[in-house]
Each structure stands twice: as C-alpha cells, then as structure tokens.
Design a protein around this ligand. Sequence first.
Ligand SMILES: [Mg+2]
Length: 373
Amino acid sequence: MKITQVVCQILRIPQIIAKTASSQDAVLVRVRTDSGLEGVGEADSSPEVVKAIIDAPFSHNIACGLRQILVGQNPLESERLWQEMWRRTMYFGRSSVAITAMAAVDMALWDLKGKHFREPIHRLLGGKRFDRIPAYASILFGRDGRETAEIGRRWIGAGYRAVKFGWEPMGQSEANDIDLVRGARQGVGDDATLLIDAGCVWDARTALARARAFADFRIGWLEEPLLPDDVEGYVWLRDRSPVPIAAGEEECGRAAFRPLIDRRALDVYQVDLSRNGFTDACYVRSRVEEIGARLCNHCYTSPLTVAASLHWLSTCRDAFLFEDCVEDSPLRHELTHEKVQAVDGWIAVPDGPGLGVTLDEDFVARHLVSQSS
Ligand SMILES: [Mg+2]
C-alpha cells in the first residue's frame, strides 16, 4: 500500500465570534492510498497555517512540506514517517504548528492502519482498559458568577456529573475571579466535580493565592493558571497548591512535554491528540505513567479528535475523566455521522475500524472554504 494523495480541507462556520474556542473552524487532512482506503485526521491550530505546512514545496532537505515527504510511502509505517516528517521539517518545525500538522497526518495514518487491519485504534495501541469513561462538560465561563451558575445548571441538567469552566473573564480581579468560581459551584451543586480553567492569566504567586481561595469551593483541578513556558513557576506552584494543577493543552509533541514531566511540574497532564498525534501522545502516556501522575485528554474541536482522544485515553491506566466539549458549534456535533458525545455523564469508546467515525460529506461540502490536493 502506498500513499497517493494528501488532501487538506479547511472548514469554517459562517459566523465566527471572538472567543477562546477552536470549534469554529477545522482543518482536515485526508491521506489516500492506491488500495482505495482513506485515513482522516485533523489539527487544532490555525487551519491556513497547517495547510501551508502540508502544501509547501521542497525547499531543501530539512525544509520540506509534508505532502512531498508522504506521497509514495507506506502509510502503515507511522513511527518511521513521524521521524522522517520531524527531520525533514527541522528548519521551520520541531515545535508548535509544524508538530500539529504532523499530528493531523499521524491521526490519519492511524485511521488508515485501523481500516487496513479492520481493528479499532485502541487495539492497535495495545488495548483499551475501559469501554466508557466519565465525561466532564467543557464550556466557557459566563460573563459573571450568575451567568456561570446558569451554564452549570444547564450541563448538570444534561446528565453530566462534572463540569469545567474556562478562560475569559478570569484574571481581571480577585473579586471577579472568586465570583466566577462561587457561581460555578452554585450552578453545578454540591456533589458534582467542578474544574476551573484559568487560561494562562497569573504569575505563580497570584495563582497560589487563587488556588487557596478556590479550594473553599472544592475544585477538582486548577488548569493553566500560568503561561505555558513557565515550567519553574509550575514546579513552585504545584509544590504549594492545595488543589491539583493541570496543564498541557498548549504543548505540541514530546519535546514540549518533556520538561514538564522531567520536573514533575503538574498533577494532571492534558494531551491533545490533534496537537500530538497518537505517536507522541503514546510517548507522553508512558512517561507520565512512569512518574505516577495523571493523564487526561484535551479536546475542543470536532468529533474526529473526540474519537482519537477516546482511543488513546482508554489505553491509559488511569482514565479518570474525559474532556467533552459541549460548545453548540455544528463542527463539534455534525461533522461525522456518529454522535461522539457523553450520555448520562459517560462517553463510550468507539469500536469500529480506525477512528470508528465517518465524515458527513454533505456537511464537509457545505462548510468547505479551501482545499488543496
Ligand atoms: Mg484548557
């Protein structure tokens, strides 16, 4: 089997609003082969930038677009192809968006591998430990505590036992921050798990003060309190915080996660499959399990990444919670024929070949804004 085509498609919903949510557009990478099989993957990044990294022509041996590297290769050799993509993009790559473009390709290669062997990806990764995982509804804060409480009631009413609120307007003032978390706890009730995602807004000393204040509302974790590169800040904070510290969604690839893991900087390492692919997500899984810390997925985009996250997380020893983005965007809910969403607070791991989901081609055609092949 040989790769014959690498098609990149950008989808976008008609009305884009300014918020910290990546479910308003998507970049799909479709790897086609001479056997007639196609694998599909996606990256969570700026779609046009990812597309440029796929489409770029050969410049020199270590500055080459991904399509040029992939066409003619055997798609089953995903580990070798990961290493080759890394080496041949070294001059512009090694981090961030080049790794996310590789992650989209890697997701597509694993989807292809599963379809080829007629097995779900979780089996090819070594075997799932869970058929279903408790899910938390992941959503943004309201404008204040009162609106946040209403949002919490909505998702508890939908059957979730855990809710996470994130990003704006956290970080404006101590009073405002505490009002948001108080409202969140009121909305979800006393028994639910409440998670708070600060959105990289404080220095370590302020974050510690907030962690102590939020502990009164029994939060399950405090996510991304600091800027992502402040590894020393995370080490300092985690040593002192009364609540668990989570982060990792900004990190693309093993080199980005390595200092956080080596320094024991976090309690919960959040891995985004559309920014790491299966290849580096499995590296992170092994390293984090080795140090006895916890793993969770990060996912705020389409059902392709939701499915990929389920295949990966179900193989982790301690899959205690799944991030289930509940944004109302049609890209989150309608891109595939299968609805990959929690029911009564639990989300099931797909069992079909590959990712176990199929694109709704009519939906793709209706939202397509750009395509390359
Ligand atoms: Mg987050």
